[in-house]
Ligand binder design. Structure first.
Ligand code: TXD
Length: 309
């Protein structure tokens, strides 16, 4: 059986890390595309030299021609500008909307059967725009943010309790913004509700840090934003699709009434990802507070869509 083909649209900090992780996880062959002349070719050559060291057989092509993504099974889109200190994710909307519109046309033309994972911020609006531009079925266009935000929640809880990260299960839903919704009522440590293990005050502080975790990294890096954990999170979604793992993760998916969200809006919800893409949106009972926080997050995302038109 031929190796699968993964197209990475954007070869910057996250794109380059995606290429590395795709090779190490042996997910398939890689096309690394960017508009910066020669840069993706340089990163691809570097990764080709890595392959023998880690004994991972995969081909990788760096290119400035989007036609080279022809026939890709998965497209992971990171093309766009990252935040600078003091900027919100939403400040990127106009610039990145133009970029996403351009690459979306290329994906529609050259990879019409691919599963598209959008990473570019503002995430929920860019994922909605990608689905609009490609016209792909909603199940084949998803946004990566919930896996990352949930991982941040899990990491902080594991640190607080001094337990293995693999023992912590968490959901962070809603838009990928400061109003994201850590769902405390469904966050557990090996099945034990986290509220039974950590005080409400500490959980409030941890959840505040989760919402601000992206900005905390931007402030420390001074230029650029997080890239290792976003790349790893997108790889988990791609792997669940390519290997039909049917993992239940938080991801930006198109809602048609679920969680009271209608008119095809993309927002972070629990989903099953398998060979069909977003196989199902899983509806979990939220507390009144969690539901109203989600509704507020939805309103913010709606406001961004108007700026994408
Ligand atoms: O959880 C999440 N979804 C977020 C997403 C987590 C962290 C970063 N988030 C966003 O991802 C960030 O705000 C940006 O919008 C994207 C990509 O972040 P990255 O750190 O990888 O940015 P870089 O290093 O600037 O890389 C972006 C690349 C860069 O090399 C540009 O030349 C390229 O995108 N680019 C393009 N490639 C192809 N086609 C076009 N039109 C294009 N325009 C820019």
């Amino acid at each position: 059986m031929a190796r699968r083909k993964i197209a990475l649209i954007g070869a910057g900090q996250i794109g380059g890390t995606l290429a590395l992780l795709t090779g190490l996880r042996k997910l398939g062959d890689v096309v690394l595309y960017d508009v910066v002349p020669d840069m993706p070719q340089g990163k691809a050559l570097d990764l080709q030299h890595l392959a023998p060291v880690f004994q991972c057989d995969f081909s990788i092509k760096g290119t400035n021609d989007i036609a080279d993504i022809e026939g890709a099974d998965v497209c992971i889109v990171t093309s766009g500008l990252p935040r600078k200190p003091g900027m919100s994710r939403d400040d990127l909307v106009r610039t990145n909307a133009e970029i996403v519109r351009t690459v979306g046309e290329g994906i529609k033309k050259y990879a019409p059967n691919s599963f598209v994972i959008v990473v570019t911020n503002p995430l929920d609006a860019m994922t909605w725009l990608m689905q609009q531009v490609t016209g792909f079925p909603a199940a084949k266009v998803a946004g990566m943010a919930g896996v990352l935000d949930s991982a941040r929640y899990r990491a902080f809880l594991a640190e607080e309790l001094q337990v293995s990260v693999s023992s912590v299960s968490a959901f962070v839903l809603g838009g990928h913004g400061d109003d994201m919704v850590p769902v405390r009522s469904f966050t557990t440590v090996n099945g034990v509700p986290v509220a039974n293990l950590i005080s409400a005050e500490r959980l409030d502080a941890i959840e505040k840090r989760v919402r601000g975790a992206g900005g905390e990294i931007v402030a420390l890096l001074k230029s650029g934003s997080a890239f290792y954990s976003p790349a790893a999170s997108a790889i988990e979604m791609a792997e669940s699709y390519l290997l039909d793992q049917r993992k239940v993760v938080a991801a930006a998916a198109q809602c048609q009434g679920q969680y009271g969200v209608t008119d095809g809006l993309y927002i972070g919800v629990p989903v099953i990802i398998g060979a069909g893409g977003i196989e199902k949106i899983v509806e979990i009972p939220l507390s009144d507070a969690e539901q109203s926080e989600l509704a507020a997050s939805v309103e913010r995302v709606k406001g961004l869509l108007a700026l994408c038109a």
